[in-house]
Ligand binder design. Structure first.
Ligand code: ANZ
Ligand code: ZN
Length: 810
């Protein structure tokens, strides 16, 4: 009949979806509950391909779970505070709110044009006064519970952006990821969240999560738990003073030949004899120009330092160790001081070489070992009462001895630092704190929330927050004494907003609380969280911390300890090998495709191009692949004309009937395993099979059953064309249909026997789907005959599927 016109069909369906309530769910929905969430986007303007990819995966999950009978919570909102809007304001004078809301409208329009299904009634955005109110409320709950404090901290300061940066915003070469300027270190009084109080829990909690291994590993490393000991050294000439060091290798104490303190060490001056003070001062000046990364990992990192002229006394051997200041020891890790063991530590060895200090071996080297530094296992030597013990035994014994001597104890340290949330910016959530000369630090009373930034401020490129210059904002009355008080002018890190938005989605209509514990209990944890791997550390760690803290504060159920049960991190899209991003100007905008081949073709392409977790390169051939997906949908459209709608049962003896069942199984399996590319491939095969069967004159009822099934399988992937054809043919909503089930009896009867051989000898058999690939079959076959493969090397695998798989071993 009529031609396939994607833009017309798609916009018509989108209009219907936006009016309908199909994806509105209520907290008392009787169906099983499912919560699917894509990380809420920063509103940067019209969608780019990264968004399309992310929200296509999310939408597939939402529609698939809905067809499987769940009530699916599918909310969306905007992470709408942040630097770009403020920088734009400084450049153009347009207020960040206006700028942001324009970008939000653009992004919203593209998400709707993609056909993604959301419960838009639940939309939230961080700069909404009602959201600000509850962010501030939560800040104050944390403050009262002692989980928020104010302290001095050395910060990464970007002179270009004129703000504090998180460590991950500083690139490996010590420059700012945004401005490219060299980041410097500065001391500022700032607000912190006490995330370190949860370090152990955040580490242990990873075990139960269905997350990508690589994300878990990144979180583990970020938390960086180190088990060791703190050892106290007396210092010659400083009566009663003890220099404390942290070591993960207390067993090497007899190999310590010098000690080192960080340039930031509070007792540096005390530890320096007068004659050496000038040298030390010069050295410190030099150090201040280097970034933390340069200090740690730079070429000559371990070779710079100055002797202080004092000596630490080894508490077990009584030896005198010269004390140095060196910049490879960091001020804010451990105790800021180390005992140096050149025989077993590379950096200590490099330093010792440079300063002519001796090295002592305390672990027996394996035969043939030729290096200078040995970090492996072995028996203790040159270590008095530890000699002959293993490293682990020696660690236990030396800790015990140090404790007896009152010179040390076992200790655990973390790399994780408390979360610095103060930002010297305007476009963020104001920190709800007042300072009063008589009452000190005073939280803003809850009935005075939200604290909102004033609109009549001037955005100037001075680098200071306009809040600092707004007298109307800054000066207020103290709620305690009625005197003059000033407001905190820093705003919160935007990661605070994204640390609890998933809870607000459960109950966004509440005026009198951030969320209702019962609603949170109904929907949480998020069953499937989807987002970019760039959030593997900070956002996910902060959100996990928030959930645990709120749970302990009784604001959400005590049993809710982890927010995101399953996490999927999608791969990146690169153009010419670099990440596709607005700032690089290498976008291939989705709108171009929406206007021509349509959203369904673009969605299908993103599902088909490869495993969702993998990165892919957007190249000159990419358009051809999108065209290919479009041609597939055109075939679906054309086939609808050739396959008649027929009442009646399919014929189970038709060969195509078996194919249909097999492809239902394969498409479903692909979705469950996040291998959408295999699901799309199954649908393409199904269309081929149906076309051929139609030409061959197969039973019409079976053909119609096959076509109907195909539309149902297609519905979560290309929802518009599936809806249109389904309605035309069956006068029903395809998304309200149950997910198709394969005929298991027919599948079983079609199974074939696979013979498993080792060196040509039959060792077992397996019943498999005749269409199964080697990728699927091989691990099952290996497991089946595992005993024949242990202790031997598989040299080659010869397969003649579906009949034989032969492992050639030697
Ligand atoms: C003696 C020793 C002997 C060490 C040995 C290592 C090997 P992680 O695992 O990262 O926690 N260290 C301690 N505090 C430091 C600081 N503030 N800056 C730089 N280095 C510091 O590393 C702990 C080890 O790193 C500690 O154990 C200490 O060196 C060093 F064969 O002590 B070790
Ligand atoms: Zn007061």
């Amino acid at each position: 009949s009529d031609r396939y016109d994607p833009p017309a069909i798609e916009t018509a369906w989108q209009a219907r979806w936006s009016q309908g309530e199909a994806y509105h769910v209520s907290n008392d929905d009787p169906r099983p509950k499912s919560y699917v969430l894509c990380m809420y986007p920063y509103p940067s303007g019209p969608a780019h391909q990264g968004h399309v990819r992310n929200y296509t995966f999310g939408d597939l999950n939402v529609r698939y779970r809905t067809m499987n009978g769940d009530a699916v919570l599918s909310p969306i909102g905007f992470d709408s505070f942040g630097l770009p809007a403020e920088n734009a304001a400084i450049k153009t004078g347009v207020h960040p709110r206006i700028f942001t809301e324009e970008r939000m409208a653009e992004l919203k329009a593209s998400l709707s044009r993609l056909g993604a299904a959301y419960d838009w009634r639940r939309e939230i955005y961080s700069h909404d006064p009602s959201y600000i109110r509850w962010s501030q409320y939560l800040f104050l709950q944390f403050y009262r519970a002692g989980l928020v404090y104010r302290g001095d901290a050395p910060v990464n300061w970007c002179p270009g952006c004129q703000t504090v940066l998180a460590n991950e915003q500083v690139l490996a070469d010590g420059t700012c990821e945004r401005s490219g300027d060299l980041v410097v270190r500065r001391e500022l009084t700032q607000w912190f969240f006490k995330i370190t109080q949860y370090a152990d829990e955040l580490l242990d909690g990873l075990e139960e999560l269905e997350w990508p291994q690589r994300v878990k590993t990144m979180q583990r490393n970020w938390i960086g738990r180190s088990v060791g000991a703190e050892v106290s050294f007396e210092v010659g000439g400083l009566d009663g003073y003890r220099l404390k060091v942290f070591t993960t290798r207390p067993d090497t104490i007899f190999g310590a030949t010098f000690a080192v303190v960080a340039p930031e060490h509070p007792d540096l001056s005390r530890l320096t004899i007068d004659d050496h003070k000038d040298l030390v001062a010069t050295f410190l000046e030099e150090v201040s120009t280097r970034s933390e990364l340069e200090r740690m990992a730079g070429e000559d990192a371990s070779k710079r330092g100055v002797f202080l002229g004092t000596y630490a006394i080894n508490p077990v051997s009584g030896e005198r160790l010269p004390i140095y200041v060196a910049d490879y020891v960091l001020g804010h890790y451990g105790t800021g001081a180390i005992m140096a063991v050149p025989g077993e530590d590379d950096r200590d060895y490099a330093f010792a070489q440079n300063f002519g200090l001796p090295a002592v071996e305390t672990v027996q080297r394996p035969e043939g070992f030729e290096g200078h530094v040995y970090t492996g296992q072995g028996v203790k030597v040159n270590s008095d009462f530890l000699d002959g013990l293993t490293i682990d035994e020696a660690k236990a014994k030396i800790i015990q001895r140090l404790e007896e001597l009152g010179a040390g104890e076992g200790s655990v340290k973390y790399r994780l630092r408390d979360w610095l949330v103060s930002r010297q910016r305007f476009w963020g959530c104001p920190i709800p704190i007042l300072y009063c000369d008589s009452c000190g630090t005073v939280p803003v009373p809850e009935d005075q929330l939200p604290v909102l930034a004033p609109d009549d401020v001037e955005f100037r490129p001075t680098g200071e927050s306009p809040l600092l210059h707004s007298d109307a904002f800054r000066f207020t009355t103290c709620p305690k004494c009625g005197g003059l008080a000033t407001r905190e002018t820093d705003t919160m890190d935007t990661f605070v907003d994204s640390s609890w938005y998933y809870l607000r989605f459960c109950d966004p209509f509440s005026e009198d609380r951030p969320f209702d514990a019962a609603a949170v209990e109904d929907w949480m944890p998020v069953d499937q969280y989807i987002g970019g791997v760039e959030h593997a550390i900070l956002h996910l760690l902060y959100a996990r911390f928030f959930t645990r803290a709120l749970s302990d504060l009784g604001l959400i159920p005590s049993t809710l300890r982890e927010p995101f049960k399953r996490l999927f991190t999608q791969g990146m899209i690169r153009l010419g090998g670099s990440k596709m991003s607005k700032s690089k100007g290498n976008l291939v905008t989705p709108q171009r495709y929406f206007d021509t081949v349509g959203a369904d073709s673009l969605r299908l392409f993103h599902l088909f191009v490869g495993p969702p977790a993998d990165d892919f390169d957007w190249t000159d051939q990419t358009d051809e692949m999108i065209e290919g997906c479009h041609r597939f949908l055109q075939r679906v459209w054309a086939l609808a004309d050739r396959i008649a709608v027929v009442e009646g049962e399919p014929d189970r003896d038709e060969p195509i009937y078996l194919t249909i069942s097999q492809l239902i199984a394969r498409a479903t399996d692909g979705i469950e395993r996040w291998a959408y590319n295999t699901s799309v491939a199954a649908l393409m095969e199904l269309i081929n099979g149906l076309s051929k069967a139609e030409v061959d004159g197969a039973d019409p009822a079976t053909l119609d059953y096959g076509f109907r099934t195909m539309l149902e399988l297609l519905a979560p992937m290309a929802p518009h064309i599936a809806s249109e054809l389904y309605e035309r043919r069956y006068h029903r909503d395809v998304h309200a249909q149950p997910w198709p089930k394969p005929d298991h009896a027919v599948l079983a009867s079609a199974m074939v026997t696979l013979v498993i051989q080792v060196n040509g000898k039959t060792r077992g058999t397996l019943s498999i789907d005749p269409g199964a690939t080697e990728e699927v079959v091989r691990p099952i076959a290996e497991a089946e005959i595992a005993s024949y493969l242990t202790g031997v090397e598989v040299r080659r695998v010869i397969t003649k599927l579906p009949r034989v798989i032969n492992f050639v071993v030697g």
